[in-house]
Design a protein around this ligand. Structure first.
Ligand code: BGC
Length: 750
């Protein structure tokens, strides 16, 4: 470990800008520690827990694609049996690995996440009451070379003479949020490995885990296999002298039948190959994958190591949550860090995660967008079930795209009664959000083949949905969108939410641009698609009419303010701090139908300001006026909100404020400021939208990047300490490098 350390906050520090370290273990932060130190590869995420931790310490290895509904209400990802489980007993007594060392050995403890390759290292000094002392080291990573494996190296050094028992194997008793997903787990200890296999309750997926390990250093005096309840372990006893060292190289391999017909064979092949190669070789093969990722996404900040480490921490998590290997999987709102938010995609995916991928790793963005094509069926079914045409995408979207958001999401903590939230049937902006992301992908990459193969169909179906949802107001000769939930989730059942209406217009116009281009340049595609979707001239004419006549709330000529939705300005004008005082219980839900914010102008998150991030047709004065108005009324009850405020503050020249919001957004996980529970529902874990948004704060906020009709411009407005920012963008299939300083941005020769 380097001697240099720069404080990130009370719990974490960095030594190089490429790591996040913890000096003291704080038991009250079990949940956030496990999430922050997550190792993952987009296929699986293994929480940053100690090897001897169990379900009570929120141990988890969440596997993409393993959706299952075990309790009849919540569909969520399954948690694989823990094949890294290892515990120690010294002189017959259990020795917890995460206890802070006594003085003067305090400095011996650290946990360090290396962001360059996702290697989590943990070191500790453990002492028993009788004075026997040990030094422990453990490190692990989720391989990007073989997505099914997690190698771990576990080392013990005796500092006094002692009798040590190491038990290592599979612990099948894991942490599940909503029901046990693999109730019939079969554990089996074979000669050289241990296996765990079972079927998920409702989805019937087979999940297989293998464990294998090798021991070097000191020969065990005794070895036995102990299978008890949900665990199958090998138990080794050693008689150690001071200075003796033991090294256990351990492997966990995971596969589910979502990945193919024979998960056992895949997981077993991975185990055999990995055991053959050995830990060092596996790490060596894994590293180039991260080198390639960082070569694309890294943003180097000169002059401010604090911002650098924060930013990279967020970019790291923005990558490991993304299933880059697949075009059938979403980016979950909590990634693979836990089961909260069901391992499913929200609008977060398109508006918060995808911009970074589109601009830096467009192939990855294409795959995530293809997922939206593959789940179009779910969106069509949802629209039909609710009486609309076209594609109404799920607010919470998993495997099939059918709506996973239960009608009763929260509970009234005061009465215990369920709350009927309408995230699933009124929050329609999810469909235009997807159009926005697709069109941005096309604008940046020029990849028309995506539009022809997938995008056009999605966008036409969204246009069709919007038209079927709209209400034509005869007296005003305009189309309105009524009974909505905009981005600000505290206000349900609102009409003409500015954000939604503007995005709806954008979607209709995009549909028409595509239609025209297809008709002119690819008439046979136009014909085929029209036939497939049963689209006629009347549909296109309808969209044209609606695009021309949809009501868009305008900035008020005297104040410059855009009303968030009809009647918003007539609501009680108060502040989040004031509402806080009205709470009867700190876990009360603030929103619909009876929450403290409902009849007030206090918003949960950026709404009108969010529109400005996506749509740059508004003047700086409008941004300024609306920022001044909405900012003090926002509670930031969502981790999505701070980044938007950072971007708009930076664009309007409030650099100090923007920097504070940058910190607020980028620290949401490290400082564990976001709620882990709301209205009785667990919502902890990594806030992947905020992670993706970190990239946007720098690019759209501090660098003032805009892209208009193929023209890329910057207006840098850097925080005081930042001297230089270097980054790469991939435009039209070509990667370009840039350097930004206070005075401008130049393209670099590569
Ligand atoms: C926010 C939504 C977001 C969801 C998942 C909610 O708290 O209000 O905007 O999509 O969390 O991150």
């Amino acid at each position: 470990m380097s001697c240099f350390s720069l404080k990130i906050n009370d719990r974490y520090y960095t030594t190089t800008g490429w790591d996040i370290c913890e000096k003291t273990f704080t038991p009250e932060h079990l949940i956030s520690r496990g999430s922050n130190f997550l190792t993952g590869n987009g296929y699986l995420g293994y929480r940053g827990t100690f090897p001897d931790w169990r379900r009570d310490q929120y141990v988890g290895c969440f596997v993409s694609g393993t959706y299952d509904n075990a309790d009849g209400k919540w569909t969520e990802l399954s948690n694989a049996p823990n094949a890294l489980y290892t515990n120690l007993e010294v002189n017959g007594k259990s020795l917890p690995l995460s206890t802070n060392p006594p003085a003067p050995f305090k400095h011996k403890y650290y946990s360090r996440l290396n962001l360059q390759n996702g290697l989590l290292e943990m070191q500790n000094y453990c002492k028993t009451e009788e004075g026997a002392a040990l030094e422990i080291r453990a490190e692990r990573f989720a391989s990007y070379d073989d997505l099914h494996i997690i190698p771990m190296r576990f080392q013990v050094k005796a500092l006094s003479a002692l009798e040590l028992t190491v038990s290592t194997g599979i612990d099948g008793n894991v942490w599940d949020l909503n029901g046990i997903h693999i109730p019939d787990l079969q554990l089996q200890a074979h000669l050289n490995f241990i296996s765990a296999k079972g079927r998920t309750v409702q989805s019937g997926l087979t999940l297989v885990v293998y464990e294998g390990h090798s021991i070097s250093g000191v020969e065990p005096q005794q070895a036995e296999t102990v299978s008890q309840g949900q665990t199958a372990l090998r138990k080794y006893t050693f008689s150690l002298k001071p200075g003796d060292e033991i090294m256990i190289d351990k492997l966990m391999t995971v596969c589910s039948s979502f990945d193919g017909n024979n998960p056992e064979a895949t997981a077993f092949k991975s185990l055999e190959q990995a055991l053959d190669k050995g830990y060092e070789c596996l790490l060596e093969e894994h590293q180039p994958h991260w080198n390639k990722i960082w070569k694309n996404i890294d943003i180097k900040i000169t002059g401010d190591l604090f911002s650098q480490a924060l930013l990279r921490f967020n970019l790291y998590h923005a990558i490991i949550c993304a299933p880059l290997h697949s075009d059938s999987l979403p980016i979950g709102a909590r990634g693979l860090s836990c089961q909260a938010y069901q391992g499913a995609a929200f609008w977060d995916q398109e508006i918060y995660n995808l911009p970074m991928l589109t601009w830096t790793m467009p192939d990855a963005a294409r795959r995530i967008l293809t997922y939206r094509y593959k789940t179009l069926g779910g969106a069509l079914r949802k629209a039909k079930a609710l009486g609309y045409s076209g594609a109404f995408y799920a607010w919470v979207s998993g495997m099939t795209g059918d709506e996973l958001c239960p009608s009763f999401f929260f509970e009234d903590v005061l009465t215990g009664r369920k709350i009927r939230n309408h995230f699933n049937d009124w929050q329609i902006h999810i469909s235009p959000d997807i159009v926005y992301a697709i069109w941005q992908y096309y604008q940046v990459t020029g990849d028309w083949s995506f539009i022809e193969e997938y995008g056009a169909e999605i966008i036409f179906e969204v246009a069709r949905f919007l038209h079927s949802h709209a209400f034509y107001k005869k007296d005003r000769d305009r189309f309105e969108l009524i009974r909505l939930l905009g981005p600000d989730e505290y206000h349900e059942n609102v009409d003409n939410n500015a954000y939604t209406n503007y995005l709806a217009k954008f979607s209709l116009r995009t549909a028409l641009v595509i239609e025209e281009k297809l008709k002119k340049e690819m008439p046979s595609s136009h014909e085929q698609l029209s036939e497939k979707l049963k689209l006629t001239e009347t549909d296109f004419a309808n969209w044209r009419e609606m695009a021309a006549k949809i009501y868009l709330p305008q900035p008020d000529p005297s104040t410059g303010l855009i009303e968030q939705f009809d009647g918003y300005f007539t609501l009680e004008d108060t502040t989040p701090a004031d509402l806080q005082k009205r709470l009867l219980d700190k876990n009360e839900y603030w929103g619909w139908p009876n929450g403290v914010a409902v009849h007030t102008q206090v918003t949960k998150q950026a709404d009108v300001l969010q529109l400005f991030v996506l749509n740059n047709c508004f003047s700086l004065n409008t941004l300024e006026a609306n920022y001044r108005y909405y900012e003090p009324r926002c509670q930031h009850g969502s981790s999505l909100s701070a980044s938007v405020h950072a971007i708009i503050a930076a664009r309007t020249g409030r650099i100090e404020e923007a920097f504070n919001y940058f910190k607020h957004s980028c620290l949401v996980d490290l400082s564990a400021t976001a709620k882990a529970e709301s209205g009785g529902t667990f919502i902890g874990g990594i806030h992947t939208a905020a992670c993706g948004a970190a990239w946007q704060i720098v690019m759209l906020g501090f660098l003032g990047m805009e892209y208009n009709k193929g023209r890329l411009t910057f207006k840098p407005n850097l925080p005081e300490a930042w001297q230089e920012v270097t980054f790469k963008l991939c435009i039209g299939g070509r990667q370009k490098a840039f350097k930004a300083t206070r005075t401008g941005v130049e393209e670099l020769n590569q």
